[in-house]
Design a protein around this ligand. Structure first.
Ligand SMILES: [Zn+2]
Ligand SMILES: [Zn+2]
Length: 179
């Protein structure tokens, strides 16, 4: 997802270019692999290139309840300004942008604009915190660790939380001592 924007940088302010991401691949340090599709618009502003994207992505993850692999579909909208290293390509009145730019938002000296890192950030923010393989995932049994989607373990028939069990024993002992 790298675009040569030399033409845009030398074009007039307000010039736009539309591109489409088709089956783009993004790998992140969380070991996630996103497959991305969607339109991207590159707009020449007075000092920057404003990138707007509305993409959908599928990504592998694990179910938060049963740890089965799941494919998640997410949508994200993204809008960021990228500042060129070659400011002189823009009009002579283009002064440096005042604020500090994220290095992920810099157009390099060869006029290549790479949206991969910024898009990866936008996608990871959109990820569900506790994905599920299916809405009704039964998860693991906390007693015997059986996957309840696959086996109905026996713990189901005797659902006493161990903490309550020791309280019950304590209660029995207390009532014995008063007798
Ligand atoms: Zn699950
Ligand atoms: Zn169990």
């Amino acid at each position: 997802m790298i675009y040569n924007v030399a033409g845009l940088l030398t074009a007039r302010e307000g010039t736009a270019r539309e591109v489409t991401i088709e089956n783009g691949e993004i790998r992140t340090d969380l070991n996630r692999f996103y497959r991305v599709n969607g339109p991207v618009r590159l707009l020449r502003t007075d000092k920057t290139v404003l990138v707007s994207a509305a993409v959908s992505a599928t990504v592998n993850d694990t179910c938060s309840r049963c740890l089965a692999p799941v494919n998640i579909n997410i949508q994200t909208e993204f809008e960021e300004e990228f500042e060129p290293a070659n400011r002189d390509l823009m009009s002579e009145r283009a002064a440096p942008v005042e604020r500090d730019f994220d290095p992920a938002l810099l157009i390099d000296t060869r006029n290549m604009l790479d949206i991969t890192d910024a898009l990866a950030q936008a996608l990871s923010i959109t990820m569900p915190l506790a994905p599920r393989c299916k809405d009704e995932c039964a998860g693991f049994c906390t007693t015997c660790f059986a996957n309840r989607n696959q086996t109905a373990c026996k713990c189901d028939q005797n659902p006493i939380d161990p903490r309550w069990q020791s309280l019950a024993e304590l209660g029995a002992r207390t009532s014995n001592s008063t007798n």
